[in-house]
Write a protein that binds this ligand. Sequence first.
Ligand code: ATP
Length: 446
Amino acid sequence: MAQNQNNKSDLMGTIVSLAKRRGFVFQSSEIYGGLNSCWDYGPLGVELKRNVKDAWWRAMVTNRRDIVGIDASILMHPRVWEASGHLSGFSDPLVDCKKCKERFRADHLENLDRCPKCGGELTEVRRFNLMFKTFMGPVEDSSATVYMRPETAQGILVNFLNVQQAARLKPPFGIAQIGKSFRNEITPGNFTYRTREFEQMEMEFFTPPDQDSKWYEYWREARLQWYKDYGIKPEHLRLRDHEKDELAHYAKACVDVEYLFPFGWSELEGIANRTDYDLKQHSQFSGKDLAFFDDETKSHYFPYVIEPAAGADRATLAFLVDAYDTEGEGKDERVVLRFHPALAPVKVAVLPLVKRDGMPEIGEKIYRDLLDHSIKSFYDHASSIGRRYARQDEAGTPFCLTVDSQTLEDQTVTLRERDSREQYRVASGQIVEVVGKKLREAMKFR
Ligand code: ATP
């Protein structure tokens, strides 16, 4: 039975409890009662999220000649945040209810007269800066204040010249980065969708000013396609262009890739044409000229920046929600996570039918062989084969391999595919080759 987006709130609850039960995501510091909006990825979750980040890195860096990566530090010179506008402008409007003490983002409320929960009176709107502050060194005074970066982009922008010169690049080219960011969100929630500590996958694409529109168009389509390539149903994805009054003052255009979460259409990624604002600001604030010198035309110019900015946690959540499906009815209903093979936390489960007659030994050998070829696998010889298949479906494992009595006669094993339920026999010595080929084929569109 295909899972549709009916019973939407139920679906989110189901996914949160599945995530905990199967070790995708746990609440942070759970034994102490948890810490609001902080989450820990468990054994399956960490594989899934790493695969999402690897897929992004492959598409944005590994498979391209015009983009390189960096890994900048989280703490940066405080002047960076003055230049970027985050110190003065990175704030959300906040109101509190005087009666029930609930806190809201004013821009999320339809009217500011009364508390939507209890009808109590609301406070005046105050601006609340989202940056976490901390102190560098042992003295906690204002001269020692540093900020936890609220985005990874600035680490790229301030390194523009370093990277351009070291890697001898000429616009159009891009610099990509994956890393943690921190925002003291007023209203975190919806599981891992909005948290105060999260990972971003951002790329700044520097173009000659007269090519900005071409590259903006290119990246909006390329980024939408990436989510489809990795299995998100096209009808659950859309592009939403920002209205003029939504745009940051320096941005020429911006579009969000949105996903139809059980709680509604929500942003997965933003793609913005940031013009030459950032490089000009950093030139002015640092006193270092960040204009690019074009050797051919002997001219200086500030490249325009097209920025696809995605969240690794939001993307991971979208892949998890979209993969969720059920089969059967009533007490026979079972969960299948239909992950794209490249994203699946475990690729192959090796399952000897019984714990005797040499089947575990054959299974162990195949398992070892798969691991030696870096194919993340799992070995399980406990409980009935039906239960073991069901557990693997629920973990999203695309291939199960069973060692059975026929294996003892002809050295073949049963390979079972998660989505088609197709089962066929493969020579046990060829498993690595057959599965490896299937995995490579599933990824060949990149
Ligand atoms: P939102 O409007 O949802 O607050 P944003 O427009 O401020 O997001 P950007 O500054 O464009 O977000 O950040 C780029 C991406 O980083 C977002 O599309 C999202 O995937 C991710 N991201 C931003 N804030 C958070 C958060 N609090 N928790 C998880 N991911 C986030």
